[in-house]
Ligand binder design. Structure first.
Ligand code: MLT
Length: 393
């Protein structure tokens, strides 16, 4: 008889955002006319920018005629790999085009990339953390080391003995806390990884929200990172591709472990397991890296940043502790009056029809905290801020 992967039994019953959607569905069942203010999952509310839409239309026309494309190269279309490598080079990070892999999104890639590592390797998750880091490793039966962080270190811990693991997850700007690793601290993690032979999986999905230009957008801005890091990026939040799906991953050619080259291994993996991302979507993605595309996506990001500001202004007026929201699209607040984070979730839903994300969903040390996403539409965000202020003042 077939033996299923028994590690699935070790997972929590269901995934955080699924739990939230079930709770919301139940609420709508009893309050069918409620106007919900959705500040929960980090899903964008603005449409794709004009430059991307134009490129998508043109690519559809290509598919209708002589410029038709069949299978795309598994690791990404050369035109897109070149645009992304060039984007890095313009920021001072020298990459060759074949160090860039096009993916169908960062969340897919964060799971798939684990194929590169032995199942006996250990994974460090700095918590609170995006829950898929933990779940993907539980599914693979890997030992997970949970490193809690908190208000006392600004949710940005230093490496140390308790952080020793083979795979080190770092997300900066951080989901859910919005905290950002500065150069000195990130350099200490890079040095730590190199000293221990670990590999950092650097989740840079939110780098486009950094406005303090002393902060690193890419781990490859740090000395020695090409010997120890893989960077996973996304156009979801940067350019509104949550429903369109596109991302990219950088694996330096210099990254080797036990005599094996991780870039070569990923080529082998991709050429076996995918037929690449759709030509049409990659054409749309390439438009993001043009001057026009960059200008337009930055305008959209400013809308989300204004949302974050509306929320943090309200929290300032109430006098609640929070972090994030400046160099990141998430605002991470302390729940009022010692409330638990699911308790606060229910309270906001019942009393103001606001949906946020309970901190406990990001790991045990997220208990007592709550996350707001700034990706909602501005009217809803403004109304949510007003209601929040009324409720908590
Ligand atoms: C989040 O809300 O944490 C993210 O949107 C989830 C994701 O990117 O998959």
């Amino acid at each position: 008889m077939l033996k299923p992967n028994a590690h699935y039994a070790e997972l929590k019953d269901s995934y955080l955002f699924y739990n939230i959607s079930q709770k919301v569905k139940a609420y709508l069942g009893t309050h069918p006319d409620a106007r919900l203010l959705r500040l929960g999952i980090g899903d964008v509310s603005l449409p794709l920018c004009d430059a991307v839409i134009k490129a998508l239309h043109e690519a559809v026309d290509d598919q209708a005629g002589r410029d038709f494309h069949g299978y795309m190269p598994e690791c990404g279309a050369p035109f897109l790999r070149a645009s992304i490598a060039d984007h890095y080079r313009r920021r001072g990070v020298m990459l060759s085009d074949d160090e860039v892999f096009v993916s169908s999104g960062a969340s897919d890639e964060l799971g798939d990339i684990l194929d590169l590592f032995d199942r006996d390797s250990t994974a460090l998750v700095i918590e609170p953390a995006y829950p898929a880091y933990v779940d993907a490793n539980v599914m693979a039966g890997r030992k997970i080391i949970h490193l809690p962080s908190g208000k006392e270190n600004g949710f940005l811990p230093d490496p140390g003995e308790e952080a020793r693991a083979d795979i080190l997850y770092i997300c900066s700007p951080n989901n859910p806390t919005g905290a950002v690793f500065d150069r000195n601290l990130l350099q200490r993690w890079v040095d730590f990884a190199n000293e221990n032979g670990s590999v950092i999986l650097f989740d840079a999905a939110y780098e486009a929200f950094i406005e303090d230009e002393t902060l690193p957008h890419s781990i490859f801005e740090l000395e020695g990172a090409k010997n120890c890091a893989i960077e996973i990026c996304s156009l979801s939040k940067t350019a509104g591709f949550t429903g369109t799906r596109l991302g990219y991953t950088v694996i330096p050619k210099a990254l080797t472990r036990a005599g094996m080259n991780l870039n070569d291994m990923w080529v082998r993996n991709r050429t076996t397991k995918t037929n690449g991302v759709s030509f049409i979507i990659q054409k749309g993605g390439a438009a993001v890296f043009t001057d026009e595309g960059q200008k337009q996506i930055k305008e959209n990001i400013q809308v989300y940043k204004r949302n974050a500001r509306v929320l943090t202004d309200a929290l300032d007026r109430i006098g609640v502790w929070y972090c994030g929201g400046t160099n990141a699209p998430y605002v991470w607040m302390k729940c009022p009056d010692g409330m638990g984070s699911w308790e606060f979730f229910d309270y906001l839903l019942e009393r103001a029809q606001i949906i946020g994300t309970p901190g406990a969903g990001f790991g045990a040390c997220g208990e007592g905290f709550f996350r707001f996403s700034s990706f909602g539409n501005p009217e809803d965000t403004a109304l949510a801020a007003t209601l929040l202020q009324k409720l908590l003042s």
